[in-house]
Design a protein around this ligand. Structure first.
Ligand SMILES: Nc1ncnc2c1ncn2[C@@H]1O[C@H](COP(=O)(O)OP(=O)(O)OP(=O)(O)O)[C@@H](O)[C@H]1O
Ligand SMILES: [Mg+2]
Length: 238
């Protein structure tokens, strides 16, 4: 088996020294699509923020491609190849689709390379090509979510972390969003996503972790988690 691209070992994390995540350990293998699922307040966003370097772990370690990244700042984890698409999209509303995309590649100096990535994104998300001159605030919710993912890809990450892509989307759009994530993963990008839409996320993931009150309570192949009586009762209303 290949070495993990990302390893969290006994990570405790929180805010102002108060932990809300207690001893999370998880792995992502190269090429995998891994889902961390759980209810509101379980600590999903805190976990991703801590990997990205927006929070520092209070205890434990985080390794990316064999390097300890536990104490790095966001611009440093980005430089190493980790892209974090936060909850709630955080687009620049008054800038155009294309300008938002360009900002995702701000660390790249070569204009030709940026153009190449823009073309790639417009191919992957044709709707963004049609709307490239439109300001981000005038896009529909689903289009904005596509733009957020595409912007996250503009840095050419080796690990893409997606926080709650389904938020505020109607069910058919959630399905399309999930298909998009699968397409991105198949294009060769390793993906770690967090979702409270447990079933939808596990249906596309290879493996999953269930986070409850800041602790991993179950993990394994996504298919097994989908079949778990406990998870079906707790998260799928069955
Ligand atoms: N900036 C903050 N300062 C203090 N506490 C916070 C902060 N952000 C989150 N928390 C707390 O940390 C806990 C975990 O929150 P987190 O946002 O990680 O959960 P989540 O699983 O992402 O939830 P959701 O599904 O609602 O996005 C919650 O109890 C929350 O109130
Ligand atoms: Mg969250």
């Amino acid at each position: 088996m290949a070495d993990p691209i990302l390893t969290l070992a006994d990570v405790h994390a929180g805010y102002d020294g108060v932990p809300v995540v207690f001893g999370v350990s998880l792995e992502v293998l190269p090429g995998e699509l891994v889902a961390v699922v759980g209810a509101n307040g379980a600590g999903k966003s805190t976990t991703l923020r801590t990997i990205a370097g927006l929070n520092n772990p209070l205890r434990g370690s985080i390794q990316f491609e064999g390097k300890d990244i536990s104490r790095l700042r966001p611009h440093q984890t980005l430089a190493l190849g980790i892209s974090y698409v936060p909850e709630g999209r955080r687009l620049f509303p008054k800038l155009s689709v294309e300008e938002n995309l360009r900002l995702g590649a701000y660390t790249e100096k070569s204009g030709a390379e940026i153009q190449r990535r823009l073309d790639e994104m417009m191919q992957l998300f044709p709707v963004l090509r049609e709307r490239s001159r439109q300001t981000a605030e005038t896009l529909s919710g689903g289009e904005q979510q596509m733009l957020a993912i595409a912007r996250g890809l503009m840095s050419k990450p080796r690990l893409l972390m997606l926080d709650e892509m389904s938020l505020g989307l109607m069910p058919t759009l959630v399905e399309r969003m999930m298909e998009t994530v699968v397409a991105v993963n198949r294009s060769g990008v390793t993906v770690l996503l967090v979702e409270q839409m447990v079933q939808e996320a596990l249906e596309i993931a290879h493996r999953g972790y269930v986070l409850q009150s800041g602790r991993i309570v179950q993990s394994g192949p996504a298919k097994e988690l989908l079949d778990s009586e406990e998870i079906r009762k707790a998260y799928m209303g069955m």
